[in-house]
Design a binder for this molecule. Structure first.
Ligand code: NDP
Length: 319
């Protein structure tokens, strides 16, 4: 059955749930279509569900775990009456107002699940993968994009993390709580990570950095048993016996379902202007789906607040 709403929020990371708190408190009775549980960052709560301790979110003197923080965001949004719908948006039609949204749990797709006066897109970004044979098949069988979710399974084992950015440093440091050794596979001779994170990883005795190397093959039948590394300078290969491989090489925006309906940049990030306005009047975007520069929980939450205020004012002007 189709439901008519004033505001539909697509995505439930810090941006979407902040927009939900603000629009709910403005009596706009938002629905948050939160996404579906998955093994990647494309899931309810967004990327912070795959993070460990967050030390830089203001207000938490001693830090807070990512999933706990997102649980708080959600409970706060629900407290003010935001409705949370556990499904993904499978299709959107922004060609005319009111907008139409279909969801992944619909049995009958002849009618949309929601007809919305306004839409806030806060679908975030997801983890990039290496593109190796059997990489996806081995997710949950040695390959992971989530140290928080899967680190526990590698107690006392030797594992590898790929990437040279802050995500890779964070994952590698966290994984030393469980693994006997963490190999950090870096494709260049230097790290992209911030100085403080890089230093923490370099100083950690359980982390061995393997410079100028890429993962070229995944070995193992039902589960990962080793990886092949190729040296980027001389093309020599070597085998590394690890039972876990954590891929932490960056992110891509979750905008596939909005392709050709809304203006995006060459990397698929939604283009916003004048705050959170998009190329479609009545559709707003906030968080990592429109920001590849800052990508922080606090900036995502801040832009979620902006989207809520933009929507509120826009709706007022419509009536
Ligand atoms: P980044 O884009 O910063 O880093 C990606 C890393 O993966 C780079 O080192 C890149 O190598 C490497 N890489 C990319 N593709 C491949 C490949 N196919 N094979 C091997 N290596 C590859 O992404 P992050 O997710 O690390 O960070 C994104 C943003 O989020 C950053 O701004 C970061 O600062 C922030 N962040 C902050 C955190 C914090 O403060 N606690 C935690 C996590 C992220 P190369 O360097 O050669 O390009």
């Amino acid at each position: 059955m189709t439901e008519r709403v004033k505001v539909a929020i697509v995505g439930s990371g810090p941006a979407g749930l902040t927009a939900a708190i603000y629009t709910a408190r403005a009596n706009l009775e938002p629905v948050v279509i939160e996404g579906e549980i998955s093994s990647t960052s494309d899931q309810p709560g967004g990327q912070l569900m795959l993070t460990t301790e967050i030390e830089n979110f203001p207000g938490f003197i001693n830090g807070i775990e990512g999933p706990e923080l997102m649980g708080n965001f959600k409970a706060q949004a629900e407290r003010f009456g935001a409705k949370i719908h556990s499904a993904k948006v499978s299709r959107a039609d922004f060609s005319q107002r009111p907008f139409k949204l279909w969801t992944s749990d619909q049995t009958d797709e002849t009618e949309p699940a929601y007809i919305a006066d306004s839409v806030i897109i806060s679908t975030g970004a997801r983890s990039l993968m290496l593109g190796l044979d059997r990489e996806i098949e081995l997710i949950g069988h040695g390959v992971s994009t989530c140290a928080t979710c899967d680190g526990f399974f590698f107690r006392g084992r030797e594992i590898a993390v790929v990437g040279g950015g802050d995500s890779a440093m964070e994952e590698a440091i966290f994984l030393t709580k469980f693994a006997s050794r963490v190999y950090l596979i870096v494709r260049r001779g230097e790290l992209r990570a911030s100085k403080i994170m890089a230093e923490r990883a370099i100083k950690n005795e359980k982390i061995t950095i393997v410079w100028n190397s890429v993962v070229s093959k995944l070995n193992g039948e039902s589960a990962l048993t080793s990886i092949e590394l190729t040296n980027t300078l001389d093309s020599t290969t070597r085998q590394l016996d690890v039972s876990g491989l954590f891929v932490a090489i960056g992110h891509v925006p979750n905008t596939d379902i909005f392709q050709s309906q809304i203006e995006m940049d060459e990397n698929g990030y939604i283009i916003t202007s004048n705050g959170t306005y998009t190329s479609v009047d009545g559709v707003f975007a906030c968080g990592d789906v429109q920001d590849h520069t800052y990508r922080q929980a606090i900036t995502a939450a801040g832009s979620g607040c902006m989207a809520a205020i933009d929507v509120e004012r826009w709706l007022e002007n419509q009536h």
